[in-house]
Design a protein around this ligand. Structure first.
Ligand SMILES: [Fe+2]
Ligand SMILES: [Fe+2]
Length: 297
């Protein structure tokens, strides 16, 4: 086995993650950090926050099921150990985002109903597709689906959310920052592991390209749906102004002022960024991006 796992062992994980950037956090943020009053008090903003957080919980539950399932499908010991650390990361992500739902006022007894109500059907379908492959112990398909497609694409969304919340909601932004640091390891593993596999078995290349094509549609469709839902940034600014606050205008991401952008602009920039970085990642792995087709209804 090649040295693709340099920097992906348990010792590295311990030092950088629990003993590193997560030290002194509680559920991913500073112990005294709270959701902003306006988010808790304004029904539109609260519902938007719940809707976004539900997608995070659904995505992270999928990653938890996939990473734990892949431990027993992995053909080598080093991958099994990495996936064990990833399993704990994903369980933590499920926990911190579930906790955010409680902080937003969701009652414990309502949790599953709220998740079922807001879960994006495209994301649910993606999870079913991925977990079918994991259940079949198809290691390559599982790693491509999880560490390349799901995490590679969600990475940019986490970064955008983090930029948008840095000023207005430091608690949520810190929770996201820790998640982003974890996800960076997970996508790095996917890139390294699948990259070495393609080099060793070039005959698997077409197969992997086909998997990417099949799976990425539902991720892109989820992002599109979410961008078009909820209040526009302009409406959010109006709510903030009406409550006597000053809308934060400096939040920028990829050169776009997040508080002023129209939903279509946000969707276009997010789509461009995701695809640009995703294509670069695939290039490093040694496979060519395949444009997904809208599946037959
Ligand atoms: Fe995660
Ligand atoms: Fe992850």
């Amino acid at each position: 086995m090649t040295d693709f796992l340099k920097g992906y062992d348990i010792q590295y994980w311990l030092e950088s993650c629990p003993q590193g950037y997560l030290e002194d956090t509680q559920y991913g943020h500073g112990a005294s950090a709270r959701e902003p009053d306006l988010v808790l008090e304004n029904p539109t903003l609260r519902e938007q926050a719940i809707g976004t957080t539900v997608q995070l919980v659904v995505g992270e539950r999928c990653a938890l099921a996939a990473s734990s399932g892949l431990i027993n499908a992995a053909p080598d010991e080093a991958s099994k150990r990495f996936l064990a650390t990833q399993t704990l990361d994903e369980a933590r992500h499920v926990e911190v985002f579930t906790h955010r739902l409680y902080d937003l006022g969701v009652k414990k007894g309502e949790l599953e109903d709220v998740i079922a109500q807001y879960a994006n059907p495209n994301l649910v379908h993606f999870a079913e597709l991925l977990l079918e492959r994991v259940d079949a112990k198809d290691f390559v398909a599982g790693v491509v689906g999880q560490n390349v497609v799901l995490e590679g694409m969600a990475f940019n969304v986490f970064e955008m959310l983090q930029a948008a919340n840095r000023e207005t909601n430091p608690k949520f932004a810190q929770t996201l920052a820790g998640t982003i640091a974890d996800e960076r390891r997970h996508v790095g593993f996917g890139e390294n592991r699948i990259g070495s596999l393609v080099r060793e078995h070039p005959e698997r290349k077409r197969d992997i390209e086909q998997l990417q094509k099949e799976m990425s549609y539902f991720m892109l469709a989820t992002f599109g749906d979410q961008m078009r839902q909820g209040p526009t940034p302009e409406q959010v600014s109006e709510i903030v102004t009406a409550s006597g606050g000053t809308p934060v205008r400096q939040a920028e991401w990829q050169g776009l002022k997040l508080s002023e952008a129209a939903p279509e602009e946000l969707e276009a920039v997010l789509g461009d960024t995701i695809l640009k970085e995703f294509k670069l990642r695939l290039e490093r792995i040694g496979i060519e991006y395949q444009t997904p087709e809208r599946p037959a209804a």
